[in-house]
Design a protein around this ligand. Structure first.
Ligand code: XMP
Length: 508
């Protein structure tokens, strides 16, 4: 399989570069600049290299640099933003500060005829975010694009197949960004489009069947997308050699535990242990109102329950984790072969006796994990499930968690989700919250004193910031009417219109 290496110099869009290349059907990996040498690039057979953007100036003492040997290896290179300036610096050109006239945002760019700009009109809009620019091109390079302020918006050394662009082709604001990446990957690097999720799934099944058959393999199934896809994949590979422990803490949404169990027992005939630990969790949470304390108790209890189940199984050979590629990139592991356990399910490896951790999804982005899930035959509702916090509904009940409150919340939440889905409202996460407010109402001729349910729906790309979703009033009206009418004890419904920041998505 052809693969492209994205060398990470600390820019904010670096994962996007790899994702865009993979969307073109070519496998791309991201490695921090100090975790991969020129010799490794050659020996591992990368057919092209992308230098990413980054926040630094190439002349800063602390700025990340790279071995100039890379320029003479015959491996095609595309430098983006900081990467473009770094090539200039390494090859002997000059980078200058634009002072007050840096370019930020959508900027018109004028391109020359070039392999990199095949299919790009002479003038188009690109996304720029830079203060420094290339003032003097290194010898052997020619300028291939300009803006009104930036004399070298792109350059090339055709002989050495080295290209640089000051703008960001990976972001959607760059009108022809995808075309530029496509031209680099196929036109310059000569890649074949042979990265397909179906092949990944088939190859992984074969690989794990060979490695793990006859061994005892343990997986903590949460019902979330990642652990579910990992479970489905390994189940297809090794059948009943895989033991999945699903700790149902009683804090899941309506019918969720049964749905997970039915999916994996029914569709996958899996060796599944469902631990119904609701009573245990509720007794630990009795009287606890402080949000962080609740989270801590749930996290610890989860490990205790899992540990007890694992002890019953005895020594296992392998422990599976649903780590995905962004976890690896963000934790700076870069080198995919060093296995550490920072991104595990609440520190499980410390309490289980096992030989090795298996992370079958460690090379996949979230959208690829979902595509793999679909290929493996997981239901769409599971694969496209919205995020759900580990501590579950406990962080959506303000104050003490009780069985009664949980049941009320589950019913209200199910109605809200159903109405939003029926109306096809576009929202990334939506749920109900059991507030600790009671208020006076009237039903028939009688006074009521009931619970207030809050509805929350957010629109976001990354959950780091979020806006509240503009749900049409008639949908809110329907949800509110149904919740007060159908859920006992609820006489008031409010909609949360706060963005993040200053609020968070969850209420606790
Ligand atoms: P906040 O509330 O921090 O939530 O704005 C951002 C996203 O993270 C989810 N979330 C959690 N996920 N364990 C998780 O696995 C947690 O403890 C947790 N807390 C929040 C939240 O649902 C939202 O998608």
């Amino acid at each position: 399989m052809d693969k492209i290496l994205v060398i990470d110099f600390g820019g904010q869009y670096n994962q996007l570069i790899a994702r865009r290349i993979r969307e073109l059907g070519v496998y791309a990996e991201i490695k921090p600049y100090d975790k991969i040498t020129v010799a490794q690039i050659k020996s591992e057979g990368y057919i092209g290299v992308v230098f990413t953007g980054g926040p630094n100036s190439v002349y800063d003492e602390k700025s990340p640099h790279y071995d100039p040997e890379i320029l003479s290896q015959g491996v095609p290179i595309l430098g983006i933003c900081y990467g473009h300036q770094l090539i200039t610096f390494m090859a002997g050109g000059k980078v200058v500060s634009a002072g007050a006239s840096g370019e930020y945002g959508k900027i018109p760019v004028y391109v020359e005829k070039d392999i990199l700009f095949d299919g790009v009109p002479e003038k188009s809009v690109c996304w720029m975010s830079h203060n420094d620019y290339v003032g003097e091109v290194p010898s052997g390079f020619t300028v291939t694009a300009r803006t009104d302020k930036c004399p070298v918006a792109a350059f090339k050394d055709e002989k050495r197949k080295i290209y640089g662009v000051q703008f960001h082709p990976e972001v959607t604001h760059t009108e022809y960004g995808k075309t530029v990446l496509k031209n680099f990957v196929f036109g310059v690097c000569g890649a074949k489009a042979d990265w397909k999720i179906g092949n990944f799934v088939e190859e992984s099944i074969e690989k794990y069947r060979a490695k793990l058959s006859g061994k005892k393999v343990l997986l903590a199934l949460s019902g979330g997308v990642d652990s579910s896809v990992a479970a489905a994949l390994l189940s297809r590979a090794i059948g009943k050699d895989l033991v999945c422990v699903f700790v149902d803490h009683g804090l899941l949404r309506k019918n969720e535990g049964d749905f997970v169990e039915e999916t994996f027992r029914g569709k996958f005939d899996m060796n599944l242990i469902r631990v119904n630990a609701e009573d245990r969790f509720l007794s630990k949470l009795k009287g606890v109102t402080e949000p962080e304390k609740k989270r801590k108790i749930i996290g610890e209890e989860f490990i205790r329950v899992f540990e007890e189940e694992a002890k019953k199984i005895g020594k296992v050979d392998y422990l599976v984790q649903g780590t995905i590629y962004p976890d690896i990139v963000e934790s700076g592991r870069g080198d995919a072969s060093t296995i550490k356990s920072h991104h595990n399910v609440g520190g499980l490896p410390d309490v289980i006796d096992f030989r090795e951790i298996i992370e079958p999804l460690r090379y996949l982005f979230k959208d690829e994990v979902r595509a793999a899930g679909e290929k493996l035959g997981l239901p769409r509702e599971l694969v496209w499930r919205q995020p759900f916090p580990g501590p579950g509904l406990a962080v959506r009940i303000i104050g003490e968690v009780t069985k009664e409150k949980l049941d009320t919340l589950r019913d209200a939440d199910a109605i809200f989700r159903e109405e939003l889905e029926k109306a096809k409202v576009n929202s990334n996460q939506y749920f109900a919250v059991f507030t600790d407010t009671k208020s006076v109402g009237v039903m028939g001729d009688a006074r009521t004193y009931g619970v207030t349910i809050a509805l929350r729906a957010v629109t976001t790309d990354d959950f780091m910031t979020a806006d509240w979703t503009r749900i049409p009033f008639d949908v809110l009206e329907k949800a509110s009417g149904r919740i007060t009418g159908e859920v006992k004890g609820v006489n008031r419904v409010v909609y949360d219109i706060t963005s993040k920041p200053p609020a968070t998505v969850e209420w606790e």
